[in-house]
Design a protein. Structure first.
Length: 401
């Protein structure tokens, strides 16, 4: 299969967008390198850290992590470890009946933390329902995420407080929301960027295709960040597309890049590059973070029914956290004291999350009947009365207690 460059044609700039002639040349070069233009092989993968934790050079993308210090590396490692700890605690809470459902990010920490730390404060994020690591980067308290999955709120945070939109359950619709917001950013003359997160399954949704079309035509400053964890619940990616997902951008007229989704440095670099393109008026970019969902799709899913242990074990060897730890140790950027302190912090986070969830009040059972109609409705009133009688029956069974 020949992998063609998705940067073969630079999208036209619409009136009012910023020129970026200097960045255009660099972008085209970087995109050709990233997409493996003209080569007949497996799709090129932007990688800066190997699974063994060795740093590899990349002429096009090294510049975007040139200023990363040892402190920054430890910070990225801390982000991934604490995100995984929080995620594991949430999974346990659901198994114990404390949450209605949970969508784990296990294995996808590098894609989320790397891209999340590439963002500026004034950039705006449109997540799906699995972006717990990005939420962490945006300063959203983990306990606020759990409120929705416990049913006590509709999101739990002010989207404009962190420039992080509420979780979106409708698959793929946030790509359109992000595109519309990005078009507004252009009209306002701001130089911020927008990023939309979605998975490989969502890439087959019509909403995502429409977002690609509108963003390309209007040259919107948006980055489409696809976490390809290779399984749309039980459907493998090859049942979703005949070509690598990043190549889809080519048909819409903007660049697409595939990055090693388990390499936090590569995700940081590629996302910075894509955001820089957006801010320079060069339009949208599709980033495909090729990663793996090491756990279940959600806690209602059993992945052993559709994939084997051999595949999972192969990807566990590419664990994003272990990869960075190996690099930190080999480079003498972290010692045992750092890892021990982080373990203590991790346990404290897990305890805080567990206690906070169990302290959450029960939701108002009758809230579902509010705001259905602006002026009320006879059928809703009837259903409310029936539900009240149903709730009262439990008290009757307990002898009125």
């Amino acid at each position: 299969m020949t992998v063609e460059s998705t940067a073969a044609r630079t999208p036209r700039r619409s009136a009012g967008t910023k020129a970026g002639t200097t960045g255009t040349k660099r972008t085209t070069s970087a995109t050709k390198k990233a997409t493996g233009a003209g080569k007949s092989a497996e799709p090129a993968l932007v990688q800066l850290l190997t699974p063994e934790g060795k740093r590899v050079k990349n002429a096009e993308f090294d510049r975007y992590v040139a200023d990363v210090t040892a402190d920054d590396l430890r910070g990225l490692y801390r982000d991934m470890v604490l995100t995984r700890r929080f995620d594991a605690e949430a999974t346990s809470l659901q198994r114990q009946g404390e949450l209605g459902l949970w969508a784990s990010l296990l294995g996808q920490e590098a894609a989320q933390i790397g891209s999340g730390r590439a963002l500026r404060d004034d950039d705006y994020v449109f997540p799906t329902y699995r972006e717990h690591g990005v939420a962490w980067c945006r300063g959203v308290d983990p306990t606020n995420l759990l409120g929705m999955f416990r049913g006590v709120n509709n999101g739990g945070w002010d989207p404009n407080g962190n420039n992080f939109h509420l979780y979106t359950i409708v698959i793929g619709s946030q790509a359109l929301h992000a595109t519309g917001y990005a078009m507004g950013v252009t009209k306002d003359g701001a130089d911020s960027a927008v990023i939309a997160y979605f998975g490989d399954g969502a890439s087959s949704q019509g909403d995502v295709a429409e977002a690609f079309t509108f963003s390309a035509v209007y040259n919107a400053p948006v980055v489409f960040f696809c976490q390809n964890n290779q399984w749309a619940i039980s459907e493998p990616t090859e049942k979703q597309s005949r070509v690598p997902l990043y190549q889809r951008a080519q048909g819409f007229g903007f660049p697409g890049v595939r990055v090693d989704g388990n390499d936090v440095l590569a995700n940081l670099a590629v996302t910075k590059w894509a955001l820089e393109r957006a801010r320079a008026g060069e339009g949208p970019t599709l980033v495909e973070a090729f990663t793996y969902r090491m756990g279940a799709h959600t806690t209602s899913d059993d992945p052993t029914r559709y994939r084997g242990d051999e595949e999972r074990l192969a990807w566990e060897a590419k664990d994003p956290i272990l990869r960075l730890r190996r690099y930190l140790e080999a480079s003498n950027h972290a010692d045992e004291g750092f890892f021990a302190e982080l373990e203590t912090e991790s346990e404290a986070l897990g305890k805080r999350v567990r206690e906070a969830v169990r302290a959450m009040p029960d939701p108002d059972h009758f809230a579902i009947f509010e705001n259905v109609y602006a002026d009320g409705h006879a059928l809703v009133d009837e259903e409310r009365a029936q539900f009240a009688a149903y709730q009262a029956s439990f008290a009757d069974e307990d002898g009125g207690k």
